[in-house]
Design a binder for this molecule. Structure first.
Ligand code: ADP
Ligand code: MG
Ligand code: ZN
Length: 619
């Protein structure tokens, strides 16, 4: 367990105690003393009071602000006893009393002693002043220090030797680990780098779906390097008063610099780092913008010479981040933390299974095979569920059948979030992705296909095909764009050929293909029919591949129809091209898809050699 330590100076004890004391006095004087000293009148519930009024047993009533006193009717010459009750907001009461002929009046103002009322007047302001003072002290007198809301709430974990998180606690994200080992090295021996004149990276962005171990990795970096770990979540910044977020950021970095070398971890970076022009309808969000600006300023402000502070941040929506955050000197390194593949899942299961007693018959490999799409957190949860089931079944260790039942439970939960595929879906996704890969590998310009995966990734994608450009590209010609469109349609085309049907999974591909085709016609002037005219208003940056197309400029009805025809022609030609390619390579499609279903991921050399067997229709 990490030892949680508040490094912010402890609130001034003396003042805190004074405030408490005054508050207690205030209570005693105002509420308890009058009660103790005043006449002791037995209290009854309000309902009983009403009941007695209705029964005509009440003689007179005195209605006070906090209390109703009432006297029962005289019976046999003996005066009725007096009771009290606490009033509730009851507008019908006077009417009821009237009806029953009860004598009633408001209570005279309470006659406290001069001492009590003096205290009542003097003490509240005193308390107010004391609280004020308390916050001023705590605020440290900084420019924003009037009240403490501006102060950072960053939690600081300084992990004890025995219980620190290390890379051994993280599995299934080997690439991310490799990248972060270097960061650990920076933190341990910054001199080695600064002596040569190398610039130590300031920001590393961990990108990946929830529960894949981003927070865990950040802690492991701190644990491995043996440095303090400041953590704060981006969502804590939203909905604050203007100016508070930025002063929190400033304060956080102030503290961090004092503790350098150290790690500042910003979870949910997207909550503050949303692109400034993605506001759309909402217009600007001043608070978020100021917080973001402050963060940028802080990251620019410290240099390796004065402090080794490395900022790690996590997000599952890298696409919404403000580009300013990703510039050199800020979060210029991005590390993908993806859902684990088969062997990764087994390794994660091993880590978490250490904490429970496993039966002889448990086979983690089999469990890993049955849990595609599970992230690290899901697997940790699975092990715990299985242990709970074992305990419920009065077993002393966890058996394979407990795992089987636990998988069903966890899957049911995940299915609601649509993250687990059944076998049929998995098969479709496999062919779909191989379709992209095969068509993509023939379109040489669109980059080499580096990885095919059917491990669900991100929020929406069920599988993915990763194409890396072989060189930086700034200009694309018509053939290349057509190639990209064909690649996008490759997935759907494979589904058509193999299953003779189409699923909803290709919607995003189609959207992107259509946008691209539309831009060819309306923005890049690539249509012979329409000529080199820009039919779209304004400029849309090219790299925003799936951004919404700009509104069209005013065009005549015929032109609009011509645009539609041209777009359709481009997309359909590309579709045909994809279909032809896949039909020609049908056997390879089957072979790769079968293998993908087994291993879930194919990448690197293995993939290249498979794809090199492709036949091209043109030669
Ligand atoms: P994230 O920050 O990416 O949402 P967390 O780091 O908070 O995910 O993961 C939550 C928990 O799930 C961790 O504390 C750990 O127990 C488990 N977990 C997640 N990913 C892994 C992993 N790759 N290896 C081992 N355990 C993991
Ligand atoms: Mg997290
Ligand atoms: Zn697709």
């Amino acid at each position: 367990m990490p030892i949680k330590q508040q490094l912010t100076p402890n609130p001034n004890r003396l003042i805190g105690n004074t405030v408490l004391l005054l508050a207690a006095l205030f209570l005693i004087v105002n509420f308890i003393l009058p009660f103790v000293l005043g006449p002791q009148i037995p209290g009854v519930p309000y309902s009983l009071f009403i009941h007695q009024v209705e029964a005509g047993e009440v003689e007179r009533v005195q209605v006070g602000q906090n209390q109703i006193q009432f006297q029962l009717k005289t019976v046999d010459g003996k005066a009725g006893s007096v009771f009290s009750t606490t009033p509730i907001f009851d507008l019908g009461l006077p009417k009821l009393l009237e009806e029953k002929g009860v004598e009633f009046a408001a209570a005279p103002p309470p006659k406290n002693g001069w001492f009590t009322s003096l205290l009542g007047w003097v003490i509240p302001p005193l308390i107010f002043v004391a609280i004020w003072q308390f916050f001023i002290r705590r605020g440290g007198g900084g420019p924003q220090g009037v009240l403490s809301i501006g102060k950072s709430k960053a939690k600081v974990y300084v992990e004890g030797e025995s219980a620190k998180t290390t890379f051994a606690d993280v599995a299934g994200v080997e690439e991310a680990k490799t990248e972060l080992v270097e960061i650990v090295d920076f933190l341990k021996t910054p001199e080695r780098y600064t002596q040569i004149g190398a610039r130590i990276p300031k920001g590393v962005l961990l990108v990946g779906p929830p529960g894949t171990g981003k927070t865990l990795l950040a802690k492991a970096v701190a644990g491995e390097a043996g440095v303090p770990f400041f953590s704060i979540s981006g969502s804590e910044f939203v909905e604050l008063f203007v100016g508070v977020g930025s002063s929190r950021v400033r304060d956080l970095f102030e503290q961090a610099k004092k503790q350098a070398p150290c790690i500042v971890f910003i979870d949910e970076l997207d909550a503050i780092g949303k692109s400034r022009n993605s506001g759309g309808f909402y217009g600007g969000n001043d608070e978020r913008e100021q917080t973001l600006n402050q963060l940028l300023a802080e990251m620019d402000g410290f240099s390796a010479e004065n402090a080794t502070v490395i900022v790690l941040a996590a997000t599952n929506r890298p696409e919404v981040l403000d580009p300013a955050l990703l510039r050199p000197g800020r979060f210029d390194r991005q590390v993908l933390v993806d859902r684990p593949d088969l062997s990764g899942r087994e390794a994660i299961l091993k880590i978490h299974a250490r904490k429970v007693k496993l039966g002889e018959d448990v086979k983690l490999t089999a469990i890993a095979t049955r849990t595609p799409g599970f992230a690290g957190a899901d697997l940790a949860n699975l092990v715990n569920e299985a242990a709970l089931l074992a305990a419920r079944n009065q077993r002393t260790d966890v058996a394979q059948e407990d795992f089987a039942e636990a998988i069903e439970r966890v899957v049911a939960g995940l299915e609601k979030k649509s993250r687990v595929l059944n076998d049929k879906e998995k098969k479709i996704v496999a062919y779909h992705e191989v379709g992209h890969a095969l068509v993509g590998s023939l379109m040489t310009s669109s980059g080499r296909v580096e990885k095919i995966s059917i491990v669900p990734r991100g929020m929406a994608a069920l599988g993915y095909t990763l194409q890396l450009p072989t060189e930086d590209r700034f200009l694309m010609d018509e053939a290349e764009l057509r190639g990209q469109i064909a690649t996008l349609l490759g997935g759907r085309s494979a589904e058509e050929i193999v299953f003779n049907s189409i699923t909803t999974g290709a919607a995003n591909d189609l959207q992107r293909a259509t946008d691209l085709a539309e831009r060819m016609v309306t923005t890049y002037g690539m249509s012979k029919v329409l000529g080199p005219l820009a039919y779209q208003q304004g400029q849309q940056a090219m790299f925003l591949g799936n951004g919404a197309p700009n509104p069209r400029r005013m065009t005549s009805e015929e032109t609009a129809q011509a645009i539609d025809r041209e777009v359709k022609e481009i997309v359909e030609t590309a579709h045909q091209q994809a279909l032809d390619t896949l039909k020609l390579n049908r056997e390879l499609l089957e072979a790769i898809a079968t293998q993908l279903l087994e291993t879930e991921v194919i990448e690197g050399e293995k993939l290249h050699s498979l794809l090199s067997q492709m036949q091209s229709a043109s030669n």
